[in-house]
Design a protein around this ligand. Structure first.
Ligand SMILES: Nc1ncnc2c1ncn2[C@@H]1O[C@H](COP(=O)(O)OP(=O)(O)OP(=O)(O)O)[C@@H](O)[C@H]1O
Ligand SMILES: [Mg+2]
Length: 252
């Protein structure tokens, strides 16, 4: 019980007439990677944005480390150790790589509020090297990098946060080539081994989900309709679940 990092109870969220989430119940533990799957538009990103304080739910509640919590903003969630790699990346395109890596946690010389640029550049290089992805220069503007490189920076930023307790990854592999995607998967496996962080990973590639995740949840019709350990399911079963829905839809 004390290992539970985040729990969502009866979470609902609508956008005007769209009922994106109706009754979400989900939990994730320290040292666990939870895979979240579901069709396009199922509400996965909406759920992640609630878990990171970007959206407020219409109903239900969140418990962080066993305590009910109302996340007021992404910054508030971050201060509690909730780090997110958004699908639509929250990066500032006209700032260089190293400043993006330090957004909202710029190092300053105390008591004078000058940015410690040299130190930030050194740490940025260290974080990127740890991820193992080749970004030529930490002073390059992020807007000029490829989608995969931008996602790698976002992953490095989250992972390098010292106080991360919950890491939320919204399709971090989507824009990556096979090599970069493999590096990120290896990094997730390393984080899992550390054992002190809970991870929720959204991915559309079911074989990656079964490989890297401990447990899989399926989001359908605004609810979690399936919750199994990866070892007890298979790519075939996950495909069948989603396809079965298509068959029902086309039959009616
Ligand atoms: N800010 C918003 N305003 C209005 N509607 C929204 C907003 N965000 C999401 N929606 C709607 O909520 C539903 C769920 O969207 P969401 O982005 O959560 O889906 P998803 O499961 O992440 O899909 P994908 O796999 O394509 O990323 C969709 O119908 C979407 O159009
Ligand atoms: Mg999404």
């Amino acid at each position: 019980m004390s290992d539970e990092v985040m729990r969502a109870e009866h979470i609902s969220k609508g956008f005007g007439p769209v009922r994106a989430l109706t009754d979400i119940n989900l939990s994730v533990r320290r040292g666990e990677i939870l895979g979240l799957i579901g069709d396009n538009g199922a509400g996965k990103s909406t759920l992640i944005k609630i878990l990171t304080g970007f959206h407020q739910p219409d109903g239900g509640r969140l418990l962080f480390e066993g305590q009910p919590v109302q996340l007021k903003s992404v910054t508030h969630a971050r201060s509690m150790g909730i780090e997110t790699v958004f699908q639509d990346l929250a990066m500032v395109n006209d700032l260089p790589v190293y400043l993006n890596l330090h957004l909202n946690k710029e190092l300053v010389h105390k008591p004078l509020p000058f940015l410690k640029r040299k130190e930030m550049k050194r740490r940025a290089r260290e974080a990127l090297d740890a991820v193992g992805i080749n970004i030529p220069s930490v002073t390059a503007e992020v807007g000029r990098l490829s989608g995969g490189q931008r996602q790698a920076i976002a992953v490095a930023r989250s992972v390098y946060s010292n106080n991360a307790k919950l890491l939320l990854l919204d399709e971090p592999l989507a824009a990556m080539g096979a090599k970069e995607g493999g590096l990120i998967l290896r990094l997730l496996a390393q984080l899992k081994q550390r054992g002190d962080i809970a991870i929720i990973l959204i991915a559309h590639n079911y074989s990656q989900v079964v490989d890297v995740c401990d447990r899989v949840n399926l989001l359908q019709h605004g609810e979690i309709t399936f919750d199994k350990a990866s070892g007890e399911t298979s790519v075939a079963e996950l495909l069948e679940l989603v396809h079965a829905e298509y068959r029902v839809n086309t039959a009616t």
